[in-house]
Design a protein around this ligand. Structure first.
Ligand code: ADP
Ligand code: MG
Length: 453
């Protein structure tokens, strides 16, 4: 924003008010001074004749006597705010506030933007911080403005970022300008999150302002991880089923011959004992391989149109007694009209059982279990929330890993299996948790079946 300030030697106080105002609202603003200097040798003013209203968004006439600026023409007159003669300074500042707000809206620094938009000056000081940035970083605008940008940059990159800016100012060679970059950002509480940032630079009257538009890509990263995880699982699965397949036949032969030999009449006791052990161990291995194959076998879903609400009620009935025993109240929230969708009843039944069980196990001293259905975008969502102990971020990061368990008698396979089943349905399972308050597991099943890939 460009502001012309017209002064006379007695406008010192009014000018100080204006400077204070911009200290509180440090948005990119450029003041050009005209008229007679207040008694300060460091301030150079141009002559009022040189004031071209076209160059300015607003013209502040702070002179003590309202001489007016007749040379400006009608349009120029419309931009003038008089600081002394006809308006009080308070009124001027209020008008300026309004103007700044308009300016912010026009220049796209919309507080309704969900992206964080942050502007810094050449000295790496934050001069613009929108509502999206407040939400994303946990600093209020007042706290952030005037601070060094490093407050939102995690320690290892603090210096690096300042160097980028310095290098740009020195060379004007864009390195990151105009590009989308993925970096980690830091919230007020010190926690870090992945962000995607695009930079732009603007030169306002010889001063450079750098603006970053920042998007929190935590969800995107999670999705990427989930994908990687299921791919890794599939890779492990392939290897395991391959090995299992290769081992199965020779094992069957070893077992078969051993059983035949057991029946040999003239075998001494020691030989008999050894054969018994072979048969027993082969049996154990066969059992293990069968289990392994069961686990890694990608479930093929037999999808048929079915009623989700009825299925949930059925599962809730199964747990009725346990809920009572454990002093857990069940809240059921239904959508007004749950659509019928296609899924494998047996498998989704298993998913619900696993999630109910986990929720119950999280509330050994009672609590509340809330099961809600809702249509959300292209999906039907079933959320199962408990008021149990919740999960620490470390636990939450591992719950879908097969064999990961925090329970003495857990298998750690429940959630991995749920995830497999839901993926087979083109859906997914999302975990949310506040340690000490509870967890919510949300099942998403697409309303319309995706066309086969
Ligand atoms: P298991 O129940 O056999 O441990 P799961 O795969 O079902 O295996 O769950 C893995 C882990 O995830 C659990 O050991 C527990 O730490 C965590 N977990 C799952 N559901 C919940 C829940 N509702 N509340 C808190 N922690 C949970
Ligand atoms: Mg479980």
């Amino acid at each position: 924003m460009n502001i012309a300030v017209v002064l006379d030697p007695e406008a010192v106080d009014a000018f100080a008010d204006i400077l204070d105002f911009f200290r509180v609202h440090p948005i990119p603003v450029h003041l050009t001074l005209f008229g007679l200097c207040p008694p300060s040798p460091s301030i150079l003013c141009a002559s009022v004749d040189q004031l071209d209203p076209e160059d300015f968004d607003v013209i502040l006439d702070l002179r003590h006597e309202g001489q007016g600026l007749p040379s400006l023409g009608a349009e120029g007159q419309g931009k003038v705010l008089y600081g002394r003669a006809s308006q009080s300074m308070a009124e001027v500042l209020r008008s300026l506030s309004d103007l700044l707000r308009d300016q912010e809206i026009h220049s796209g620094i919309l507080d309704t933007a969900t992206d964080a938009i942050i502007t810094i000056n050449e000295n790496h000081i934050i001069v613009g911080f929108n509502r999206g940035a407040e939400d994303m970083f946990g600093f209020s605008k007042e706290e952030a403005l005037g601070q060094d940008l490093s407050i939102i940059i995690p320690p290892p990159y603090k210096k690096e970022h300042r160097d980028y800016v310095r290098r740009y100012i020195a060379t004007r060679k864009p390195h990151l300008i105009g590009k989308h970059v993925q970096l980690n950002a830091q919230r007020r509480d010190g926690s870090e999150f992945p962000m995607s940032i695009s930079f732009s630079v603007a030169e306002v009257r010889g001063a450079l302002y750098f603006t970053g538009i920042i998007r929190d890509i935590t969800d995107y990263k999670l999705m990427e991880e989930r994908l990687l995880h299921s791919e890794r699982l599939a890779a492990v699965g392939n290897t395991v089923s391959h090995i299992a397949h290769e081992i199965k036949n020779p094992l069957a032969i070893i077992g078969g011959f051993a059983r035949q030999l057991q029946k040999t009449p003239n075998l001494d006791e020691q030989g008999q004992h050894k054969l018994d052990i072979i048969v027993e161990e082969v049996g154990r291995l066969e059992g293990m391989i069968a289990e392994m194959r069961d686990f890694v076998k990608r479930p093929t879903a037999h999808k048929e149109p079915a009623d989700v609400e009825a299925l949930i009620d059925e599962v809730a009935d199964l747990f009725e007694d346990t809920l009572k025993e454990q002093h857990i109240t069940l809240n059921r929230e239904r959508t007004a009209k749950t659509p019928t969708l296609s899924f494998d009843r047996q498998q989704i039944h298993q998913v619900l059982i696993n999630l109910f069980k986990n929720a119950l196990e999280a509330m050994p001293r009672g609590g509340e279990l809330t099961v809600a259905t809702r249509v959300q975008g292209p999906n039907l969502e079933v959320s199962i929330s408990d008021t149990g102990q919740g999960m620490t971020p470390e636990v939450k990061a591992n719950i879908f890993t097969p064999y990961f368990t925090t329970k003495e008698k857990g298998t750690g396979l429940g959630l991995a299996i749920c995830q497999n089943i839901l993926e087979e349905h083109g859906g997914c399972l999302i975990a949310d948790s506040v340690p000490g308050q509870g967890s919510t597991f949300t099942i998403q099943i697409p309303l319309k079946e995706a066309p086969p890939a």
